[in-house]
Design a protein around this ligand. Structure first.
Ligand SMILES: C[S@@+](CC[C@H](N)C(=O)[O-])C[C@H]1O[C@@H](n2cnc3c(N)ncnc32)[C@H](O)[C@@H]1O
Length: 253
């Protein structure tokens, strides 16, 4: 886990900000000696430009360049708004409970939708008493939908982040659903207990997911991934769940 944390792009982004800082100070000093004064916002922008440049050279994904560029100016502007400190604490707690260990897993929360759920429902159509798990179940939409459609099946979601897990539990309770939601890390599960494993994760998670699936999934079971492929094995089936949108990939064991 320590290695996973050390490799996390979020940590690299913080280190890059620290690395850009002395360069920014040096440039401000040289410009001041040349008689060029800078406003605080210009200094923050310079820090952002240097951070974005280092991020780009370090080969991080493009969005990290944008984050690197905007981080210092945003910090300065928000600091100027004179907002009450409890607001920051509240926002921090909310974001923490929503994203939890995204900085380590590199799998943030974003939901799939009814069209994807419908395709998954069709995929499991010929499997009476199907046992399906959504690994990283978010707000529980897929699991709740399938549990409603298929009273003969067992539908479960596992979610690491506390807020989406709590929301899915409450949704199941409020709707009288049989769907089960566990809070935890899917890496600790045994996939052999399921006929179908559904994943909507991120490219960063797919190699380890494949290793786990290949080691644990039983003959006749099925791994379904929305949007993200597995480099080690071509999918056995590809489904276009939405027009021009991401695909559903299916692997049979
Ligand atoms: C892209 S969302 C997908 C949500 C849901 N499956 C759906 O289709 O709407 C991915 C979710 O996986 C969760 N997650 C990431 N890594 C996880 C892990 N190792 N164990 C359990 N949940 C995880 C994240 O917190 C996030 O809520």
């Amino acid at each position: 886990m320590l290695q996973q944390i050390l490799r996390a792009p979020a940590l690299k982004a913080i280190l890059i900000q620290a690395l850009a800082f002395p360069f920014m100070l040096g440039l401000v000093f040289l410009l001041a000696r040349a008689g060029v004064g800078m406003t605080l916002l210009a200094v923050a922008l310079l820090q952002g430009l240097l951070a974005a440049l280092i991020t780009w050279r370090a080969g991080l994904a493009r969005w990290w360049c944008a984050i690197g560029l905007l981080f210092a100016p945003a910090l300065l502007i928000v600091g100027m708004l004179d907002l009450p400190p409890w607001l920051f604490l509240l926002a921090f707690i909310f974001l923490l409970s929503l994203y939890w260990s995204t900085f380590r897993t590199q799998v943030p929360f974003y939901p799939s939708g009814p069209r994807v759920w419908r395709e998954v429902a069709q995929l499991i159509d010929g499997r009476p008493g199907v046992r399906l798990i959504d690994i990283g179940s978010g707000l529980g939409g897929l699991v709740l939908d399938l549990a409603r459609r298929r009273p003969d099946g067992e539908f479960c979601g596992i979610e690491l982040a506390p807020l989406p897990w709590l929301v899915s539990r409450l949704r199941a309770k409020a709707g009288g659903s049989r769907a089960r939601f566990i809070r935890g890390d899917y890496a600790a599960l045994d996939f052999a207990a399921y006929d179908v494993v559904f994943a909507y994760l991120s490219p960063a998670a797919m190699a380890a997911l494949w290793q786990q699936a290949a080691a644990q999934m039983l003959p006749g079971s099925m791994l379904v991934s929305y949007e993200f492929r597995i480099a080690a094995r071509a999918p056995d089936k590809t489904i276009a769940a939405t027009e021009c949108g991401p695909l559903l990939y299916v692997w049979f064991f």
